[in-house]
Design a protein around this ligand. Sequence first.
Ligand code: NDP
Length: 489
Amino acid sequence: METYAYYADGRWLEPAGGEYFDSENPYTGKAWAKIPRCNTADANIAVQAAYRAYHEGPWGRMNPSERGAMVRRLGDAVARHAERLAEIEVRDNGKRRVDIRPGLSSWLIDSFYYYAGMADKFEGAVIPTGRDQILNYTRHEPYGVVAAITAWNSPLLIAIWKLAPALAAGNTVVLKPSEFASASTLELMKAFEDADLPSGVINTVTGFGAEVGEPLVTHEQVRKVSFTGSVEGGARVAGLAARTIKSVTMELGGKSPQLVFDDARLEHTVHGVCGGIFPPAGQSCIAGSRLLLQSGIYDDFVEKLLEVTARARLGDPNDAATSIGPIANKAHFETVLGHIERARQSGATLACGGNAVNPEGAGGWFIEPTVFTDVTPDMPLAREEIFGPVLAVMRFDSEEEAVQIANDSDFGLAAGIWTEDHRRALDLANRLEAGTVYLNNYFDACTQSPVGGYKQSGYGRENGWEGMRDFLQTKSVWLSTARRIDAPF
Ligand code: NDP
């Protein structure tokens, strides 16, 4: 068993309460590491270190080009440690190795390079106020200390989506990874030691949301909270942050629709739809978990979908031949099975899957890729985020009906449209209530393009120019060249 420390003020620390909890390998179901169970005292140490680093250390006064060079060094550090980071991410949350190396890890590195380059390019504006003898201009300034709280499904990616722009913008950061997958974020801290940033600029506390997350969110020295997680967690955190009027970014859940029209290319679309949910076992915020099929292709599409799904191989996430890895933690495994059981009783037809399995006798938490047909829009299966390998198939006749069903959701994270009629695709892209719309593809993302939610999927954006904007506040400066100011009364 490996025992981790938490990282604050440039030091590795024991948790104040002296307690640890186990991290389990989803492939085997066995504990492999001990993670510090931090509490308010630890949160305070980390926030105070970040506050000092911002207000007293060199970071807050550093010119943006120098800061950009340091952020770039973080990307270099990730590149040097990419193998180890990938190994721990797979062991800790069961992500498929092929999804991390080389694709994801080069993405992680590129995020630092991208925002490093942006550090000295975020220009203010001279405002045309219409007044004589007044110069009014804007500056974009960091908030100070940022609390970054992340989910378990893709800990490194989610952390870096926050870290790279927050730091490039000039903030300091305290990270809080999920209790279910903290090890890779702690390994990231080890990698960053190579980059030699001033102490306190980046810190990571581990533990449970209520015990260490809430003290971060409510700490008066934290001025910005960036949260990725569930709607319930986000609502709680946004409420707590509101007490001290903190700026908040929310990246929350989804129940994303994929609309397939009669004219879509069948095989190509089936591949896209399957790839849009099953490879990460549905544990992706943008998983296309609602499949809306136009009546004319319904039967053919379902037949082909089941044929392709049957080819999926569940197994070791380290094995390149594995199509679907495990569910990342036991609690969530049970939650997904509960959703499946309720769906069975709701009147939907279980077309394939639905069972927990034990491929390769490894002992971990696997669920077969599961397809329910004859789903109606009012069923919980069509409305609740399952965050597992479960696809709900519905039927529609007209474009109007497809848009109505797609938008009839509390969520609005992503949507897919599959059609050869590009006029229709562009028209519907405008009409769907989602932060990301894919036309004849699904699941892509890159550092340069913003992601985020509509409705209860959240607010604020990560990635792209807007990802950096989210970590800056605007100051308006008024300068007068008038030689005198008249008496006001
Ligand atoms: P949770 O909301 O349960 O937890 C997210 C993070 O918040 C964890 O670190 C958790 O800590 C912490 N947390 C929970 N409660 C509090 C609290 N009261 N105060 C402070 N921190 C708290 O989400 P999951 O981890 O289960 O993640 C899955 C969800 O994340 C799904 O809904 C998914 O769609 C969404 N997600 C959204 C993405 C997006 O970009 N929109 C990307 C990836 C996932 P701990 O777990 O340690 O208790």
